[in-house]
Design a protein around this ligand. Structure first.
Ligand code: NAD
Length: 450
């Protein structure tokens, strides 16, 4: 469903009216286009502590315009507030801020550049995870980065985003993959997120086809977010197998054919779903995306046992049973990637969704609990938690709730299926083993549960 308010707010007349009446004015976000090569098209500014030196080693692969700003400049071209070009991307290393009085460097670095950002600029702050620091004051300073970055993300305008990445000792070589994602339009609908990178032995070798040679299974792939995930994984070089219920056979087969992949029609809740799936994946699989999901909304007072059971069966039980079977049978290869589609309802809760939110919170818990157990095999498991995404699922939400869902976020709009698909594709990459047991929200920094 299209968002008519965005079209209106960006029209000649609409722009004037919206600003005169003081309404929210969401901008059209810049998204990744087929054929694009560079993650950043425009000036990238680097500043801060020692980690930014690592970024500088590969910065010229991200863009052809790298600038530095701050007391210890890294690259030849200095950025001068008021004179330098407007910025498309910014990386600030705050890992060296270990005392309260050093935190003012955040204000000193960011303040001059906030009025010099281009449309849909992407900012990243680097730090060290507080729980890994023994000095309580240092840990407190690094935790302060979280409040700073989540707040600054809410102040950014014109489709700009900001994330905080806590980089563990030894995980510095994973920064390139993370920044290729978070500084590019692939992360257009992600903002105010905090992720932890840990050391990981695998790396991407070809950034134009990071998933080449990998076999991927996507459930619920006939339409919506699942179809976009299958398309994006195929774009990135994966051999895709698309799964959905038998009723979707025609759409599923047509999409699989277009992507050069295979299709499996199967109800993931069927008694024999696990053995059937294993049988249909004789060469095994490297990437499993549990995307199939349903809603059956009612307040708990009116919730029928059928509504409760159906949602828990599809959304939570099936991913648990199928993942275990794929692991135990060796169908899921070592160095595999498992991604479960959660929801911000599973983080914030949502009226009328006790069943759905329970299932989605359960998935986040599943990723958290399974991650350390799977790390020996090099397998990572993460949850992607979409906010309001424009699909058939959200088209059925009553108008007022739908409008509220769209506008109650820093970016003031719903996301596209492509936004979720890009996050899943990134977490599927070989280097993304640096992230496991985490939940990445793709929600435009929704106010729900933020
Ligand atoms: P959708 O309803 O458009 O598509 C879901 C797909 O899953 C359908 O093709 C359906 O046939 C399939 N499916 C359902 N039950 C199945 C079963 N038993 N076996 C096999 N396939 C089955 O939904 P969507 O909006 O694309 O959402 C995809 C995922 O993202 C879901 O898990 C959903 O909960 C989650 N999500 C969506 C949003 C949103 O705003 N759209 C927000 C948060 C989370």
């Amino acid at each position: 469903m299209s968002d008519r308010y965005i079209d209106f707010a960006n029209s000649f007349l609409g722009q004037r009216l919206v600003s005169a009446v003081g309404l929210a004015s969401p901008v059209r976000l810049e998204r990744w286009q087929a054929g694009r090569l560079r993650p950043v098209e425009g000036p990238l500014l680097l500043g801060g502590g020692p980690l930014v030196g690592q970024v500088n080693h590969f910065a010229s692969k991200l863009t052809d315009a790298v600038f530095s700003y701050g007391p210890e400049p890294l690259v030849a071209t200095l950025w001068i507030p008021g004179q330098g070009p407007t910025l498309k991307a910014v990386v600030f290393d705050a890992s060296h801020l270990l005392h309260t009085d050093q935190l003012k460097q955040l204000r000193e670095f960011f303040q001059p550049l906030l009025r010099n950002l281009q449309h849909s600029a992407h900012l990243v702050i680097l730090g060290r995870a507080p729980e890994t620091l023994s000095d309580p004051f240092a840990a407190s300073a690094q935790r302060a980065l979280e409040g700073f970055s989540r707040s600054l993300a809410k102040e950014l305008r014109n489709g700009s985003t900001l994330q905080l990445l806590y980089v563990a000792e030894g995980a510095e070589d994973q920064l390139e993959g993370a920044l290729r994602f978070f500084l590019s339009p692939k992360s257009a609908f992600i903002s105010g997120q905090v992720l932890r990178l840990t050391p990981c032995a695998t790396h991407v070798t070809d950034w134009t086809r990071p998933l080449a040679g990998r076999k991927a299974l996507v459930t619920g792939a006939a339409r919506g977010i699942g179809a976009a995930i299958a398309e994006t994984l195929a774009r990135d070089g994966a051999e895709v197998t698309l799964l959905d219920v038998p009723q979707t056979k025609n759409d599923l087969e047509a999409l699989a054919a277009r992507l050069g992949g295979r299709s499996i029609t199967l109800d993931i809740c069927a008694q024999d779903a696990a053995p059937q799936l294993i049988e249909q994946l004789p060469d095994g699989v490297d990437i499993v995306v549990h995307n199939a999901g349903i809603t059956r909304d009612k307040t708990l007072a009116n919730m029928t046992p059928e509504f409760w059971d159906a949602v828990l069966a599809v959304n939570l039980n099936a991913p648990q049973v199928l993942t275990k079977a794929l692991l135990d049978s060796g169908t899921l290869h070592d160095d595999g990637r498992v991604i479960v589609l959660a929801s911000i309802s599973g983080i914030a809760g949502n009226r009328g969704q006790t069943n759905y939110a329970a299932s989605k919170a359960g998935l986040i818990g599943l990723a958290q609990a399974w991650a350390p157990l799977l790390s020996e095999r090099g397998i990572n498991i993460n949850a992607v938690a979409p906010g309001f995404i424009e699909t058939q699922m959200t088209a059925h939400i009553p108008f007022v709730l739908r409008e509220a869902g769209r506008r109650m976020s820093s970016l003031g709009q719903g996301g596209l299926a492509q936004d979720v698909a890009e996050a899943v594709a990134w977490l599927s990459q070989p280097g993304s083993g640096a992230i496991s047991g985490q939940a990445l929200r793709v929600c435009g920094q929704s106010l729900l549960g933020a």
